[in-house]
Design a protein around this ligand. Sequence first.
Ligand SMILES: [Zn+2]
Length: 215
Amino acid sequence: MVVLDPGHDLRANSDTEPIGPGSSTLKIKDGGGTRGVVSGLTEAELNLRVALRLEPLLEEAGVRVVMTRSRNAGASMGNIARARIANRAGARLFLRIHADGSADASSRGTHVLYPALRRGWTDDVYGASKRAAWVVQADLVRALGFPDRGIRERSDFTGFNWSDVPVILVEMGFMTNRTDDRLLATTRYQRRAAVGLCRGTLRFLGRKAAACGTP
Ligand SMILES: [Zn+2]
């Protein structure tokens, strides 16, 4: 069982929620994500398109899939709710699909984020999440051919700190970069991203990635 979490939704959600269990630090549920500088596509829509392509690839490879959402409708549910879906499902991987935005239009490329180590919050998922980040980053970079920005820890992601299952957040590319955005807006690159994510997920699960097909 893998839980796919296409980031954001039709609308942002300015409600707040604790950044981790028992924390008094509150953070906004969802700032709304970024938008394509050339394509005009919202990040929420791009994330969803890739997730909807990835879902059947994984299922055909014999992996059951739960989606945190399967359409763009309404306000974003927030990150505790997303993590709870993965926790309840007992997911072997909670795969969060995003694209990045930057004030620097030249920033481009792919990176994968995973939870920083914090006792009581992420110590139970840290090792597996880091391994998943490595594996999925390699396959996603290979599939998309974008610059490799590596993997990075984050201590400030609510959806990481509430997760009781291995979790990563992929930033496929930068929608604020003309090259990344133009390519990611095409069905060809959305398929490439889905195949790369499928291959990385299967390798992380100890299965043969060939079941995903080729990008
Ligand atoms: Zn995002």
